[in-house]
Ligand binder design. Sequence first.
Ligand code: SF4
Length: 281
Amino acid sequence: MIRTINTKEITKNVKEMCIEANHYLSPDMDAAMKKATAEEKSELGKKILNQLQENLKIAGEEMIPICQDTGMAVFFVEIGQDVHFEGDLIEDAINEGVRQGYVEGYLRKSVVADPILRENTKDNTPAVIHYSIVAGDKVKITFAPKGFGSENMSRVFMLKPADGIEGVKNAILTAVKDAGPNACPPMVVGVGVGGTFEKCALLAKKALTRPVGEHSSIEYVADMEKEMLEKINQLGIGPGGLGGTTTALAVNINTYPTHIAGLPVAINICCHVNRHIVRVV
Ligand code: SF4
């Protein structure tokens, strides 16, 4: 049966999600930060992790964003094929929610209308929205505002099939090493393996929204996630890039079928706030 959803409902939820995600760390990230603080071996690293936690506490209590870079608004919107929207265009409804959330929530407006002319749009629109059609009569909205300190350190490698799993591991380590302190560590590393040039980047972005601590259901991928986290944490970059045993909190890897002639790998790096929030309408 077709279910009708008024797009005002989407706008309202998007607005609330923009404000919530920018003021409170998600429960999985909060738990990972606490665990990292307890386990960090470097004294300076521990001190920085404690300062980051203090910052998060103040942000929640005083309604101050958890980071000054409140990000470009990225959405994954899964639309049940039994949903009928009434009202505005869904794209306009989401952008209106971003506008209201960023303006009324006093969040930093970080979007320029043209990548070369660079005039600020003053309301953080347009968002970057990835749609997919799924079964059912609900709309699942995942919001992940992305700061560009870490976004700028992300990479795509078009490997050859013969590079194999070792090539993938090298690509991940290269991207993280090159990112160093610029990605505001401890980082979360989202990886996409397979698909095409653009698909692997999307897989990597989506991987960042997977709860930290949850592993891939594919055994060899889950093993690679654990191995890479260990290797990254041996690099010594540490919290804030000032040395220590906590460089990353998680490595989340998503895979997809690919062409016989290629092995695309994308690494989308996120920082210690790794904002992500999900609502089902
Ligand atoms: S990378 Fe993350 S923590 Fe660093 S400035 Fe950007 S949003 Fe903030």
